[in-house]
Ligand binder design. Structure first.
Ligand SMILES: Nc1ncnc2c1ncn2[C@@H]1O[C@H](COP(=O)(O)OP(=O)(O)OP(=O)(O)O)[C@@H](O)[C@H]1O
Ligand SMILES: [Mg+2]
Length: 379
């Protein structure tokens, strides 16, 4: 664990970049530093690997004051991903990734084998090994940067705006990839960004800094969204924090309605006379998978054209935010809840989602453990 204890940094010209910052950064988790430009994020990150020395305060790694460790040994225990990947332009991709193992005295062969393994891990085509950085897209270069930082398998990973130079779609892919890699490797990751959405997506815990290097709030993303500490944090979170907070609520406890779901082969004519037929019904195939909506009030006795049901949500895996989104987009106002194999479990309208939101709020207010909150909701 990294413990930042009452650390300040005042640069020679008097600029206070970090002001009495205290943070605990646990192992096996991603801690995000977020805040406006110039609020001291990079300075904080660089104090952890001693590229910048604090003016006061202490930083410990696993209890040991980092100033007591030789700088080289300290840095070797920390992978560092810098903005725009910062690759060596005259070295191939493979040799870029093999840099630190080579510095550590690994043979060329072993270092390159390790580099090839990491290319696969970060989702880079092995065919790119012999290319040079300029022959890669921005997103691919970012992946190389991550692979290079991971090469010597350091327990700590410091990432300074690692995905800021790519478009939102590529960025999203890189974030998901990071979460997948972290799921396998379980590093202590300190991740800097100025993008609150990114902070909420990748962070287990998020430290919001304000200009002048002061900590405004340090909390889990769902807590940040539901209870911002002050007006600065609230403004930094943006206008739709209520909706975004639904990402952290599971669809597991939604009261799904099965009364409007019918398989092909149903006696439609008979059904058309019943009360259920006043609302659209969802027709499924013999396997229980959704086919589309039918309006039995205009039943003609012929085979009907079904209205497309759009996209369903996976019950228990997708969040209430996804369910609400599907309900809003659905032509009938009903979102289709399916299981992992795509079979319909039932329907949820906006009211059903609203009821689930209220129930989750009440559970939270009663301070019961968040049994319905997925550990990391990113869908
Ligand atoms: N070597 C330095 N000498 C003097 N002031 C510095 C130095 N490095 C950074 N600063 C100042 O310290 C403050 C914090 O800088 P830092 O780079 O940590 O911010 P940041 O949060 O990473 O910003 P950004 O989001 O723009 O990268 C800024 O006001 C910056 O101008
Ligand atoms: Mg910075």
């Amino acid at each position: 664990m990294i413990a930042i204890e009452d650390v300040s940094k005042r640069y020679a010209d008097g600029t206070v970049a970090v002001d009495r910052l205290s943070l605990e950064i646990p192992n096996h988790s991603i801690t995000v530093l977020v805040g406006p430009s110039g609020c001291g994020k990079t300075t904080t990150l660089r104090m952890i690997n001693r590229m910048v020395e604090p003016s006061s305060g202490t930083i410990r790694v696993d209890g040991e004051d980092i100033t007591r460790r030789p700088v080289n040994a300290l840095r070797q225990s920390m992978g560092y991903v810098i903005q725009n990947a910062g690759l060596f332009q005259h070295r191939t991709i493979l040799d870029n990734i093999a840099t630190v193992p080579r510095l550590l005295g690994w043979s060329k062969e072993r270092a390159r084998a390790r580099a090839a393994e990491l290319m696969e891990r970060v989702g880079l085509d092995p065919g790119m090994a012999r290319r040079y950085p300029y022959q890669l897209s921005g997103g691919q270069q970012q992946r190389v940067g991550v692979a290079r930082a991971l090469a010597a398998d350091p327990p700590i990973l410091l990432m300074d705006e690692p995905f800021s130079a790519v478009d939102p779609v590529v960025r999203r892919g890189l974030q998901e990839e990071l979460l997948r890699i972290q799921g396998e490797l379980g590093k202590a990751i300190v991740f800097v960004t100025h993008d609150m959405d990114e902070a909420i997506t990748v962070g287990d815990r998020v430290a919001v800094l304000r200009t002048g290097g002061k900590l405004a709030q340090f909390a889990a993303p769902d807590e940040l969204l539901s209870a911002p500490a002050d007006a600065f944090v609230e403004e930094f979170l943006g206008g739709d924090r209520g909706i975004r907070g639904l990402s952290f609520l599971s669809t597991r406890d939604l009261a799904l309605d099965r009364s409007q779901v019918f398989p092909v082969g149903t006696d439609w004519e008979q059904l058309a006379g019943q009360k259920t037929a006043q609302a659209p019904v969802l027709v499924t195939d013999a396997d229980g998978k959704p086919l589309g909506w039918a309006d039995l009030t205009v039943w003609t006795g012929e085979v009907q054209t079904l209205e497309p049901y759009g996209q369903g949500f996976e019950v228990g895996r997708d969040s209430l935010r996804v369910a609400l989104d599907r309900a809003v987009l659905s032509p009938t106002g009903q979102a289709v809840g399916v299981d992992a194999s795509g079979r319909v479990l039932g329907l949820a309208g906006q009211e059903t989602v609203a009821t689930a939101i209220r129930a989750a709020r009440q559970r939270r207010a009663a301070d019961t453990p968040q049994e319905s909150a997925p550990a990391k909701a990113v869908r």
